[in-house]
Each structure stands twice: as structure tokens, then as C-alpha cells.
Unconditional design. Structure first.
Ligand SMILES: [Zn+2]
Ligand SMILES: [Zn+2]
Ligand SMILES: [Zn+2]
Length: 502
């Protein structure tokens, strides 16, 4: 199947993508927006854990799910979560200097900078005994006075009045590249968020992935885990392609999950594959959105999603099985006309299958003039063998009848023989099933207890109804019984409320 790219060219696609992909998707590293359920299904239930949710039912991240399983899967999930939260907060807490009364962060030997320097000056005596005789005293120089660390929820002191952070947080900030403090806090708050690196793919391919991510977000329908998109990016890097449209869907499938023995595919990341397939489709649609018919009509397979007409399983109309080119063209023309008159695509697809069956019956090089009444009669005989089911055969025969009538009415094929006609050729429908009521239902209906539930006038009406309609009346009967029970329930509730108010 050729792709629209061959028609529009890669330059056309690039220009359209440059117009379409919004600036927030243009970064080399894509950080999904946190408020989008497409990328973030939720956060881990441990409040101190910054990881986004991956284990949906328990609302635990992967790490905490493992910890919960290792703890013996406690049933009191809330209690266990509270303990885990406290443990996590404690682990994150910066330790204080061991000198009694000092709240600076530890720098070395369990002491803050100031006290470590004092201990060194004292000739490094035994630490425990030195700690026993050392008490905290505020620094004499005003600029050396401490203040509380600016880092959110950090209770430690800074090493001087000028320093905004305690010793530990200052070191971390330095290693992070000394960003502005607000940027750094924000980065840390989102450090557990998934990221999708696109810097290893070529700029044109990167733009296609960015478009795919934007499309998923705008569509807002499918959860798109970052790890699966990363898998798709890796596949694209490994493939000898410059655009996702270079390969059709089946070539991609063979690339990512080569069929093994018995044509079975193993280890197939379906979510990653669907991301590529959906992005391919969105790219194709972007290229042909101005005039989808001009692109699809010449093809032997029409993708109904381009017209927003796909219904359930009916996503494609396949004309390839019709070998006679004149017939294929005629069928295509009629399908387009029927679609334009808002006929269900399921009906159109059924009619197409009928005509493909006729085509298989005709010689491969049959001309329009060969579709004679005699040929149609041999087809009808073959149909009786191929389709023993009367309803299928009726639908198939009637499809050809309507097709021939339409072709004549619109003068689509003037060379069609005058006797190419379907008369009353469809087999008659089988007789309707007898109207009877099965024995087990009759026993229930004749049970005096059940009959007592129905008031006498209604019962007389129902008897007439059942005798007249047979099995079809049972549904009505059941409805009446249900209505009766509802009436009784309402009546008793009214009585109760009246007696209580009285
Ligand atoms: Zn967690
Ligand atoms: Zn200290
Ligand atoms: Zn701090």
C-alpha cells in the first residue's frame, strides 16, 4: 500500500508538521504535563513519594508496590502507607550536628562545619567524651549566626546569615549546577516524573514523534506511558527510516515483533506499537486532510477512518479481490456514492463482499458485456453451494440486484447487457418460528401464587394477550409482574409513613 507521503512528498509533511506541532512539544526532552491523565494516571498513594502511579489498583508506584509485597502484602494499606510515608520523610531528613543544642547540618564526623573545626583544633580527642563536655554556644560574630534553611520542610540551620541553605542542601544545589532556587525546587518536585528523550532521533523524525505525543494529548483517550513511547523511539532509531511513513503498518509490525514458528509473535510491546501505528495514521491524515477522497479513491483499500466513518470492525473497504478492473472501478464509484448518501458503511461493506464473490465467479478478463443473465444464473447456482444460509444468500443476491439497478439508473456502465438483471432470484425466507410458550414458563404462569400477584382485570387482559401473541407476550408479562411488585412496595412504604406520622 503506497503512503500519502509519496504523493505529498516529505517536504510537504515537514511543512505541515512545522505548522501543526505546538512549541510546548518541540523540546528534545519531552516532560509530559502533570495535569494530563493521558500521561499521568495518578500519583503514588505515599504522600512523600514523588513517583507517578504505575500500579493502578493499589495506587502505589512500582517501588512501593515491591515494598508492600515484600512486607507480606498487609491488608491495612492505609496504615502501612502512613508508616512508609514517615519512614521516607525521616530518611530524607538532613541529620543534625551531634553537639547538644546545635541544629546545623552534619558536615564531617557527625559534626557541623563549625564544631568539626573546633574538634580538630582540640587535637581530635575521643569524640564521645568531647561531645559530653561541649555545649552549643551561639557564634559571637553576627555574620556567622545561623538561620533556618530555605529548603522546603528542612528544619536545619544554615552555616551563616548570608547562606540560604544548610550545608547538605547547599552541596546538593552546587552539584545540580547552581540553578535559581525556585527552579531547583521545581525540578526536585518532578524528579520522579517520566521523561521522553528525543534527542537521539533525526530532527524530521523527532518532529513526527512530537506530533504523535501532541495528537495523543489532544485526543485525550488513551493512556500513553512514557516507557512505551521510549520503546517506540528506540525502534525508530534502530530502523533504517527517515520517517514513520517510510514503512506501512504491517512492515512495522514485522520489524518490532517478527513472526515466529506458526506465525505467532512473542514479546510484542503492543502499547509501543500502537503509538507508532496511531502516529502513522495521524501523519497520513494530516497530509490528506484537505481532500481525503483524492487520496483514498485511487487506492485498492480505503481507510474509512480518514472520513471518520469507521464503524466497529468495519475500518477498511478492500477492492483488491475484484480482479476485473472495469468492475472494480464501477464498485468503487458506487461505494463512494452510497457513502455520500449516508448509508451505513457496514451495509456498503456487505455489498462489497457480495460483488467480490461475483467477481471471483467471473473469468479474470471478463468484459462488461460478459455479465449476461446466463452468467448471473450460473453465479446463483454457485452461491447456493457456497452460502447454504438462506439469509446470507438473500442479502448477497439482493446486493447484486441493487448494484445493477443503480448502475443502470446512473448510466455508470452503458455496455452492461440488457439482460443483466436480478429478478425474484433471492430464496424465500424460511417460515417464522411457531408462537408457542415453553412448558417451564407455562408452569410458572399457571402457578396460583404467581397469578395471585396480578389483579383480576389485568389477568383477563393478559390471558387474551398470551393467547394472541404466544411467546412474544412473556416479556410483557414479566414487565407487568415487576410493575406489580413495585406498586406493592410503594404502597407498603406509604402505609408505613402514614402510621409513623399518625
Ligand atoms: Zn511510591
Ligand atoms: Zn554543630
Ligand atoms: Zn536544609
Amino acid at each position: 500500500m503506497n503512503t500519502p507521503r509519496t504523493r505529498a512528498g516529505s517536504d510537504g509533511l515537514l511543512a505541515k508538521l512545522m505548522e501543526t506541532v505546538r512549541p510546548e512539544f518541540r523540546a528534545e526532552v519531552f516532560c509530559p504535563p502533570r495535569d494530563s491523565p493521558v500521561f499521568f494516571p495518578g500519583e503514588c498513594r505515599i504522600p512523600a513519594c514523588p513517583t507517578t502511579l504505575t500500579m493502578g489498583r493499589l495506587k502505589l508506584c512500582r517501588t512501593h508496590h515491591h515494598r508492600w509485597a515484600a512486607a507480606g502484602r498487609p491488608a491495612d494499606l492505609d496504615g502501612w502507607s502512613a508508616q512508609e510515608d514517615a519512614r521516607l520523610r525521616e530518611r530524607r531528613q538532613v541529620s543534625a550536628c551531634r553537639v547538644s543544642g546545635c541544629n546545623r547540618a552534619r558536615a564531617a564526623h557527625g559534626l557541623c562545619h563549625r564544631h568539626a573545626s573546633r574538634w580538630n583544633h582540640a587535637g581530635r580527642p575521643l569524640l564521645e567524651s568531647w561531645l559530653g563536655r561541649t555545649l552549643y554556644q551561639p557564634p559571637r560574630k553576627p555574620w556567622s549566626a545561623e538561620r533556618t534553611c530555605d529548603f522546603p520542610d528542612c528544619p536545619r540551620w544554615t552555616d551563616s546569615t548570608d547562606a540560604p541553605l544548610c550545608h547538605t542542601h547547599h552541596n546538593r544545589w552546587r552539584k545540580h549546577g547552581r540553578p535559581t532556587l525556585d527552579t531547583w525546587y521545581d525540578d526536585l518536585a518532578h524528579r520522579g516524573d517520566p521523561k521522553i528523550r528525543l534527542d537521539q532521533v533525526t530532527p524530521a523524525l523527532r518532529l513526527e514523534f512530537q506530533f504523535g505525543l501532541q495528537h495523543r494529548l489532544d485526543e485525550g483517550l488513551r493512556f500513553t506511558p512514557a516507557r512505551d513511547v521510549r520503546r517506540a523511539v528506540t525502534w525508530a532509531c534502530e530502523a533504517p527510516i527517515t520517517s514513520l511513513l517510510d514503512w506501512d503498518e504491517s512492515t512495522w509490525r514485522d520489524h518490532v515483533a517478527p513472526p515466529g514458528p506458526g506465525r505467532k509473535r512473542h514479546g510484542h510491546n503492543v502499547v509501543a506499537f500502537r503509538f507508532i501505528a496511531d502516529t502513522r495514521f495521524a501523519l497520513e491524515h494530516l497530509l490528506i486532510a484537505d481532500d481525503p477522497w483524492a487520496d483514498q479513491y485511487p487506492r485498492d483499500v480505503w481507510d474509512l477512518r480518514h472520513f471518520a466513518l469507521a464503524e466497529g470492525e468495519t475500518r477498511y473497504l478492500r477492492f483488491g479481490p475484484i480482479a476485473q478492473l472495469w468492475l472494480r472501478e464501477l464498485v468503487k464509484r458506487r461505494c463512494r456514492w452510497r457513502i455520500s448518501t449516508n448509508i451505513s458503511v457496514k451495509t456498503v461493506a456487505q455489498s462489497l463482499r457480495s460483488l467480490a464473490h461475483l467477481s471471483a465467479h467471473l473469468p479474470a478478463h471478463a468484459a462488461p458485456a460478459d455479465l449476461t443473465r446466463a452468467r448471473i444464473e450460473t453465479w446463483l447456482a454457485a452461491l447456493a453451494v457456497d452460502y447454504p444460509d438462506v439469509f446470507t444468500r438473500r442479502a448477497t443476491v439482493n446486493s447484486l440486484g441493487r448494484f445493477l439497478a443503480n448502475a443502470r439508473a446512473h448510466d455508470w456502465q452503458p455496455v452492461l447487457p440488457r439482460d443483466a438483471i436480478i429478478y425474484n432470484d433471492a430464496p424465500p425466507p424460511p417460515p417464522a418460528k411457531p408462537r408457542w410458550i415453553s412448558e417451564h414458563l407455562m408452569r410458572q404462569m399457571e402457578n396460583p401464587e404467581n397469578l395471585a400477584l396480578i389483579s383480576t382485570p389485568l389477568r383477563l387482559d393478559l390471558e387474551v394477550l398470551v393467547k394472541g401473541c404466544g411467546n412474544e407476550a412473556t416479556g410483557l408479562l414479566v414487565d407487568q409482574l415487576v410493575a406489580k411488585r413495585v406498586d406493592q412496595a410503594l404502597e407498603s412504604r406509604c402505609r408505613r409513613s402514614l402510621s409513623s406520622s399518625g
